[in-house]
Design a protein around this ligand. Structure first.
Ligand code: PEP
Length: 250
């Protein structure tokens, strides 16, 4: 049975003091969790402190982005080894805000995924269609392209390190959630695609999270669907009460 993985993407929110407060609240409020993995992804500036606070908590640490080069003249960027050095185990790659605002292409995302894996970071690889694409019935075509190019030349043995997050762009930060049926349909499509690209064992094992306005009111139903193995949570992870309620519903 696949475990459930609940990750919180803090985005560009919370300074150091606020980060300490949120992590402490999550840690204190987290009850014993069986077969659920919890990940927090604070901004870069809070990662090292978060690592110290999370020791022995059972909560994992992730970053929200990284660059695919080792080091050098890339002002403002951060490398995989830098993230490792402050205790990150996970890194979000290809978030729709990176794709749309910062113009990241599928090819760039592929390079980032490879570099993250090379350094022992587990990527949370985000895919998802825009509203326009959904309305034109292009959802599976878009998701297929993102996955095919994103995973290009990544061998089957590395798939165990990757989480895929299906995040329809029209549901991110909008309050509009995909219905459990809509989400399950795309998750099943992704699992079948992984089976075609790799094999059944790999497809059966891979964790596929849903993201897009997940909140305590809808998380239980979404997470009860067969191919929905967790959630990537934005807005609702910034308050410990709602993040903890989502974890409890898993
Ligand atoms: C996200 O940032 O990945 C996300 C899903 O955001 P929200 O939950 O706010 O829609």
């Amino acid at each position: 049975m696949r475990k459930k993985v609940i990750a919180g993407n803090w985005k560009m929110n919370l300074d150091l003091k606020e980060s300490v407060a949120l992590i402490s609240e999550i840690k204190n409020g987290l009850e014993k969790i069986d077969n659920i993995e919890v990940i927090v992804c604070p901004p870069f500036t809070s990662l090292e402190t978060a690592k110290t606070l999370l020791v022995n908590s059972g909560i994992f640490l992730g970053a929200q982005n990284m660059y695919f080069e080792e080091n050098g003249a890339f002002t403002g960027e951060i490398s995989a080894s830098m993230l490792k050095s402050v205790g990150c185990q996970y890194v979000i790659i290809g978030h729709s805000e990176r794709r749309t605002i910062f113009k990241e292409t599928d090819e760039v995302i592929n390079k980032k995924l490879k570099k993250a894996i090379e350094h022992g970071l587990k990527p949370i690889f985000c895919v998802g269609e825009s509203l326009d694409e959904r309305e034109k019935n292009l959802t599976t075509k878009i998701v297929e392209r993102q996955i095919q190019i994103g995973l290009k030349e990544i061998p089957q043995s590395d798939l165990k390190s990757i989480i895929i997050a299906y995040e329809p762009v029209w549901a991110i930060g909008t309050g509009r959630t995909a219905t459990p049926d809509q989400a399950q349909e795309v998750h099943k499509f992704i699992r079948d695609l992984i089976k075609d690209l790799y094999d059944k064992a790999t497809a059966d094992k891979i964790i596929i999270q849903y993201g897009g306005s997940v909140k305590p009111e809808n998380s239980g139903e979404l997470l009860s669907r067969q191919d929905i193995d967790g959630a990537l949570v934005g807005g609702a992870c910034l308050k410990s009460a709602s993040f903890l309620d989502i974890i409890k519903s898993a």
